[in-house]
Write a protein that binds this ligand. Structure first.
Ligand code: ZN
Length: 253
């Protein structure tokens, strides 16, 4: 709770323009007690109110719209890392610092889990088939020639999966499967430090959101630019994901 001095006889409770609450016409004792409110226990407030001669009815009227800040919602669940790519490893470090446990692919996980995987150029369908079959939400990361693409996260049955997006790319360019097969054998590029750290932070944020049930958008990250992606073009592959069509698929928004 933030109680701020606005001027003689006036205080503001809360900082956001949309939710702040302004009290005016306060006596000096009322104003002082309201300003001290965040630091005092209920018993101390009650004692101070009586000492300052503020009636219970007046105090109840002044404080009727003041609410305690809601407790921070913790993230419950585990992130399963499917590989040891340097970016996956860095995301794990960030998540651990955020207090979100991570495990390798072979570990057994009790409770809710989401998965993280990093590939170069394309996400091979075999990498996500078990996740799709097991209804495990996952965040695919792809390191391309000049940028890293974070997500968007896949929630099986609810959002387009990586195969839906491959099909959309094939519809736009019939040679895409041939190109993708070659790219799978093209040497990997290691993201530079700006790209890696930015991508890791965004991916950790996306995974924390996914554990809370938020799907979020994808991100395009290079050393020069960082921007949210337009919803992916998708052709249903049979996974049940809802189509989210856009004109240019994965082009930056
Ligand atoms: Zn699909």
């Amino acid at each position: 709770m933030h109680v701020l001095f606005r001027g003689p006889g006036e205080v503001q409770v809360g900082t956001d323009l949309g939710t702040r609450h302004v009290l005016t016409g306060l006596s000096e004792p009322e104003q002082k007690l309201l300003l001290a409110l965040p630091r005092l226990s209920p018993a101390q407030v009650e004692r101070a109110r009586a000492q300052r001669g503020i009636s219970p009815a007046r105090w109840a009227k002044l404080t009727k719209d003041i609410r305690e800040d809601p407790p921070a919602v913790g993230v419950r669940g585990t992130v399963v890392a499917l590989d040891a790519h340097p970016l996956t490893e860095r995301v794990r470090e960030v998540l651990e610092r955020m207090g979100i446990p991570t495990v390798g692919a072979s570990a057994a996980v009790a409770g809710s889990r989401v998965a993280l995987l990093t590939d170069t150029w394309v996400t091979p369908p075999t990498r996500v088939s078990e996740l799709m079959a097991g209804d495990v939400p996952h965040l695919p990361i792809v390191v391309e020639a000049a940028a890293t693409i974070i997500g968007p996260a896949v929630v099986p049955g609810a959002t387009p999966c990586t195969t839906c997006i491959h099909l959309a790319r094939t519809e736009l360019d019939s040679a895409w499967p041939v190109l993708a097969a070659q790219l799978a054998h093209t040497p990997a590029r290691r993201p530079n430090l700006i790209e890696l750290e930015t991508a890791a932070g965004l991916a950790a944020h996306a995974l924390a959101g996914l554990l809370r049930g938020h799907m979020g958008r994808g991100w395009f990250v290079s050393a020069e630019r960082c921007m949210p992606l337009a919803p992916p073009a998708a052709v249903p592959c049979g996974c049940g994901g809802i189509m989210q069509l856009s004109e240019d698929g994965r082009a930056p928004a």
